[in-house]
Design a protein. Sequence first.
Length: 105
Amino acid sequence: MSYVVHVTAVVEGDLEQIEILINDYRYKCLENQLGMEQFFVCRSVEQQNVFLYTQVFTDQDAHNIHLESDDPKWFFEQMQEKEFKFQGQWVAGTEINSSAGQILN
C-alpha cells in the first residue's frame, strides 16, 4: 500500500514566486526521490496564500528517506533566503484497500 502525505501550507511573501518555488521543489523531488510516486500541488481558491500538496510514496520508509534528503533542505533554505514565511501542517497514512473488483481511479 502507498504511503500518502498531505500538507496544508500557509505562506507569506510574493505568492507567484512561492508558487514557482513549490513547483520547482515538486519537480526536484519527483526527479530525485525514487520512492516518491506522485506529488500534487494545489493553490486554494478561497485563500490565495494557502497551498495544498499531496505526496504519494511507495511506503513510509521512502517518506522518511525523503525527509532526510537534500530536496526538503533546499526548499526551506530557498524560502528562508527569500524571506518567505511557511507554516505547514501535515498528516500521513497508509492507503486503505478498496473492495475487491472496485475501480476507484
